[in-house]
Design a protein around this ligand. Structure first.
Ligand code: R5P
Length: 308
């Protein structure tokens, strides 16, 4: 198998080196009119390919990614898989208002046409339960909860793990189980892209605990910022914020800092200064599971059998 990181995802070439795999390159030349030309380097012919693509800001990257997969097939790849540390478009998972599209389905359908398998980290699965409902190819989600739990165990005494909304219960619950800490979930109402209201349940039983907010994605930062403000207004110490995917849309760092978060820690599914937790080991294990079995010893040719 050969690992091909897309431009901007070269840091994930380490994933191939950890697995003892060869790495190639995907080069994208941008013409003056904005169109791109894909070129692959490396021994593709007759090999299985694992492309690695950071897919935050996906609209800028999708065409090159699809063309790179098609190019690999043209060059004789036996199979072409995709390692997408962050799977975008997953939050539009139903038609919230008449006339809207369900982006999660369309995005995964496009990937299913181009690739033979997909591996990702903690996709936002809420109203759609599993990746199998979205992909027509094998799709595996690996989970960062053990990384977040380990960070909490090393850095926080008496943590109270808090999910900012109902959707985050799966992450809060998993981390609470791994750390043995109690957990709670807040109630969120989103009135717009950057308008979020959070209300607290009765948390008096946890007085004295350090609040640790956990979510899958930080995008505008408004969800965690509203949760931080609500907890501080109720007299809690400044909460620590943990998340898997540091999408950090413009201004999100300032929003969280202004709310008074004590610290922000995320995973390196996307490049960001807070991304100190390394998911490459999780991804490498998943790629190994996708790797075709090595062929066994070649049986000795029978003398005089005439076999070619
Ligand atoms: C939504 O349910 C997700 O789990 C996150 O809570 C949400 O995407 C965070 O977005 P933002 O940072 O824009 O509030």
């Amino acid at each position: 198998m050969i690992v091909l990181p897309m431009p901007g995802s070269e840091r994930f070439g380490q994933l191939g080196r950890d697995l003892g795999l060869t790495s190639g390159l995907v080069q994208v030349h941008r013409f003056p009119d904005g169109e791109g030309r894909v070129r692959l380097t490396g021994a593709i012919q007759g090999d299985d390919v694992a492309m690695v693509a950071g897919l935050a800001q996906p609209d800028d990257k999708l065409v090159s990614l699809l063309f790179a997969a098609a190019t690999a097939r043209d060059l004789g790849a036996v199979s072409v898989g995709l390692v997408a540390p962050y799977l975008p478009y997953m939050r539009q998972d139903r038609r919230f208002r008449a006339g809207e599209g369900v982006s999660a389905r369309y995005f995964c359908r496009l990937l299913s046409v181009a690739f033979d398998w997909v591996v990702t980290v903690d996709p936002h699965l809420h109203r759609i339960g599993t990746l199998d409902e979205l992909f027509t190819i094998p799709a595996e989600a690996v989970h960062a909860a053990p990384l977040l739990a380990e960070w909490i165990e090393r850095n926080v005494r008496t943590p109270l793990v808090i999910g900012p909304d109902a959707e985050s219960l799966q992450w809060a619950g998993a981390i609470a189980r791994l750390t043995g800490a109690p957990h709670a979930v807040l109630a969120k109402r989103r009135a717009g892209d950057r308008r979020v209201e959070i209300t607290l349940p009765d948390l008096t039983a946890y007085a004295g605990y350090q609040p640790v907010l956990v979510d899958d994605v930080i995008s505008s930062g408004e969800t965690l910022a509203a949760a931080v403000r609500a907890l501080r207004a109720a007299g809690w110490p400044a909460p620590i914020c943990l998340a898997v995917h540091p999408v950090f849309a413009g201004g999100a760092e300032d929003v969280l800092a202004a709310a008074g978060a004590a610290a922000v820690v995320t995973c390196n599914t996307i490049v960001h200064p807070t991304a100190v937790l390394d998911v490459q080991g999780l991804l490498a294990a998943a790629v190994t599971r996708r790797r075709p079995p090595l062929s066994g010893p070649v049986p000795p040719r029978l003398a005089g059998s005439g076999a070619a």
